[in-house]
Design a protein around this ligand. Sequence first.
Ligand code: ZN
Length: 399
Amino acid sequence: MLVERVEVAWFTSGVRTSDVFELLRDGRPRTRAQLAEETGMARSTIAARVDVLLRMGLVAPVGGARSTGGRPPALIAMNPAARVVAGVDVGATHAVAALTDLAGTVLGERRAELDVAEGPEAVLGWVTSVVGELLEDARRPVGELAAVGLGLPGPVEHSTGRPINPPIMPGWDRYDVPAHLQRTYPVPVLVDNDVNIMALGERGAYLPSVDDLIFVKVATGIGAGIISGSRLQRGAQGTAGDLGHVRVSSGEGVMCRCGNEGCLEAIAAGPALAAALAAGGVAVDSTAGVVELVRAGNAAAVQEVRRAGRDIGEVLATMVNLMNPSAVVIGGRLAEAGEHLLAGIREVVYQRSLPLATEHLRIVASKAGAQAGVLGAATMAAEHVLSPEAIEAASLGVA
Ligand SMILES: [Zn+2]
């Protein structure tokens, strides 16, 4: 018995402030006694850790627990209003920025028609001024901004925040995006590609309990954001999920803009569908045009989109076998064509993937839609601020 107690003491002395905060992140209020019980830690240790979190502002007292007499024990809960983060989704021709609290509640939003090809000075200049406006509108001082998350429409080296050879972003290659924004906002700046942040946004807003998810964006290009074991998987160089340039059987002889032959993107992305329809005499020259035709019930367009769905399904079936996700979410401009794209994808994935891999697999359309990117950018920023490493580092300042 005595020995057991000693072991418990050893264990609890190693419990950090961030461990206590992790428990409180679900938003449920608890008393110090409940926290002690849940962690198996001594009450004095819990009290010390909670004090640090209170001083950091990340948790706050709420209401009071019912008690059998005397002073009610204080309830503690996470305080999402403590800080704010900015999320920005820069697309090829438009941008959206939002200010959220630490739980992802949107406090304000701005949209603009903005060409990413104008270069980093112009685009990041817009980001800088719009974040300032959002802070002002929400009446939050600049000092309460904890981080900025930014999504860009091209490959990004996440560890440095620099775009690498982005095909549609002249002037951005290896540009130090965080340094630019930190001239005005001296906070962590996280940068990633658009489909990764869309995966984060979709999960955060609509699928918080799904730990294994593939988000597929089908638009001018095709790409995927992979969340496995509840973490976004970027790979060694940040190129994980690039399914647009996987070779498919029906793409034989079709050249891709990347220089290879038979890529999925070259036969199943928006421009390829528009080109195929145009070659058949249908007047259409854009992804948006294809979506319009499908919505109007154009038979040739419906058939093309369904065929694209089957081609995408061919690559996805392999991914499903390899990763065993519980949800595949289809987003991006072409997903707005509705059920036809999904039907084609489902047809092939359920036919070609292993039965056990698809037993509980859901293949669904994105619910976050055009908001997925901006929500995900804010989520990426908040996740960074609330990560155990960041909490530990910040706790040193108040302990
Ligand atoms: Zn390619």
